[in-house]
Design a binder for this molecule. Structure first.
Ligand SMILES: Nc1ncnc2c1ncn2[C@@H]1O[C@H](COP(=O)(O)OP(=O)(O)OP(=O)(O)O)[C@@H](O)[C@H]1O
Length: 248
């Protein structure tokens, strides 16, 4: 597989904290347009991997290439975000006092501040884009609602929408369904499948019913490297995966 045909390419990535290897020679390739689920036991290195991709943590060794040519290990967090890599953390961080629609408007690439929004009207294209995002995240009917009044699940969707408004090429989504109801969880899978039609996505999750609904290739991390990779059925039948994770 050539380096340039992949959107994200990690090779031999190692990260040590006081001699302990949170990532140990991790290699993984993601094609443009692919959605990938990352699973694995607590401490497997999932968050550290995301931290390395977004520039929060710098690997001791190894390479991470974005879009074939951009060496992410040489860029800081802001530069990596500018390259088109967006991340949604587990805890939603929406602007509670603003409406759902304003939250999306504030997240638009061109938008800078609430003040900027007040003094300069949004273009028709921007409003159309906001409408599209609201539709994707199932919140059109609540666009005038104050974000503080949303359910936990709806806040997660709003934050995914804020990520989409920035039009990233790669979305990193960390445990999106933690704390959601079953129906919100099922809806989130549908929402991400829809988003993945036009974006490359990495989803970290522990919820196996949700991962099954995504119906994508799964990478199992364990002790900082890839233990198994393939369909959920394939990795679920892997005795090493059962031993360290699924069988417990
Ligand atoms: N800043 C740090 N300093 C020291 N150790 C760390 C640091 N960050 C992570 N670790 C350790 O590295 C290992 C991998 O952690 P990481 O958070 O990446 O795992 P994870 O797969 O995301 O786990 P979880 O499913 O619990 O979120 C853990 O043992 C953790 O304690």
């Amino acid at each position: 597989m050539s380096l340039t045909s992949s959107l994200l390419y990690l090779d031999g990535v190692t990260v040590s904290f006081d001699g302990f290897k949170a990532l140990n020679n991790l290699s993984m390739v993601l094609q443009e347009g692919e959605m990938r689920a990352i699973i694995g036991p607590n401490g497997a290195g999932k968050t550290t991997m995301m931290d390395c991709i977004t520039g929060k943590t710098r690997p001791d060794t190894g390479t991470i290439y974005f879009d074939g040519t951009v060496d992410l290990t040489r860029l800081d967090e802001a530069a990596i975000a500018n390259e088109g890599i967006g991340r949604k953390f587990q805890k939603p961080t929406v602007f509670e006092n603003h409406t759902v629609r304003t939250n999306i408007a504030l997240a638009l690439k061109e938008s800078r501040s609430p003040f900027h929004l007040l003094v300069s009207r949004l273009s028709r294209e921007q409003n159309t884009r906001i409408d599209e995002v609201l539709d994707t995240i199932r919140l059109s009917h609540l666009q005038k609602e104050t974000a503080a009044n949303l359910s936990h699940g709806q806040k997660q969707w709003l934050e995914i929408g804020m990520l989409l408004a920035q039009d990233p090429r790669l979305l990193l989504v960390d445990e999106p369904v933690a704390g959601m109801t079953d129906s919100e969880t099922a809806e989130t899978a549908r929402l991400l499948v829809e988003i993945a039609k036009t974006h490359t996505v990495i989803v970290v999750e522990h919820d196996m019913a949700f991962v099954r609904d995504l119906d994508v290739k799964v990478t199992v991390l364990h002790e900082g490297s890839v233990l198994s990779e393939g369909t959920l059925d394939h990795v679920s039948a892997d005795t090493r995966v059962i031993d360290v994770y699924l069988g417990r």
